[in-house]
Ligand binder design. Structure first.
Ligand code: ATP
Ligand code: MG
Length: 196
């Protein structure tokens, strides 16, 4: 039986979501991590064959499709919004509405250059993980889609601390501290972190 071991800041899964795990041979968090990573690599290969525009990326269809591509061999509920409330994120019934507002706001920010592009991307990333669309995979999904948005705007992808963000790495601690500061509407640490 799979017993999840959570890294700091990772969302606990409900038992029904653990049941949604597709591979039946996975017993450790490490096995799950590498299985997920292989799935995400497939998504990256799919992404490389396409050029997505900002207006395509900033749609509910694309956002859910990307999560499905990243986790379709891992979770039966990939690409579906979470059906339970978590210790992080908006109420499950408000996900759709909050996401629509975020997409409209981000489209407006880009059109009107309300902030420098890095700050638009950072604000987008933070609000996306704050809504917490899915039962799992929100961090990785929101980092990847933020990078896609940057590429669509002819910018370099973020480096996200240039280290893996799994486990209790220095980079993960910095990332989570920066997100917590952004929870208080201060984006300075997150802006530094994403290009470090
Ligand atoms: N205080 C916070 N404010 C905003 N977002 C947060 C906060 N704490 C954690 N998060 C986000 O939630 C993510 C964890 O959610 P979830 O487990 O669904 O994603 P994940 O992709 O599986 O996580 P991981 O970052 O371990 O790859 C973190 O990566 C981070 O992006
Ligand atoms: Mg997780």
């Amino acid at each position: 039986m799979y017993k999840p071991i959570y890294s700091v800041g990772a969302t606990p899964l409900d038992p029904d979501e653990v049941e949604g795990l597709i591979p039946d041979h996975i017993e450790t968090q490490m096995e799950l991590n590498s299985w997920e990573q292989a799935n995400i690599n497939d998504a990256e290969l799919w992404l490389r064959k396409h050029n997505f525009t900002t207006s395509k990326i900033l749609t509910i269809e694309f956002i859910t499709q990307l999560h499905r591509k990243m986790f379709d061999k891992t979770w039966r509920w990939s690409g579906q919004f979470r059906k339970s409330n978590k210790n992080i994120g908006v109420d499950k019934f408000q996900i759709n509405e909050n996401l629509k507002l975020l997409l409209d706001d981000t489209t407006y920010h880009i059109e009107h250059q309300t902030y420098p592009i890095d700050e638009i991307a950072v604000r987008f990333h933070h609000r996306l993980v704050t809504i917490h669309l899915f039962a799992n995979g929100n961090g990785r999904h929101a980092r990847l889609i933020t990078d896609l948005l940057l590429v669509a705007e002819n910018q370099e992808r973020f480096s996200w601390g240039s280290q893996n963000l799994y486990g209790q790495t220095d980079a993960r601690t910095k990332y989570l501290n920066a997100l917590r500061l952004a929870d208080k509407h201060n984006y300075t640490l997150l802006l530094q972190f994403v290009r470090s």
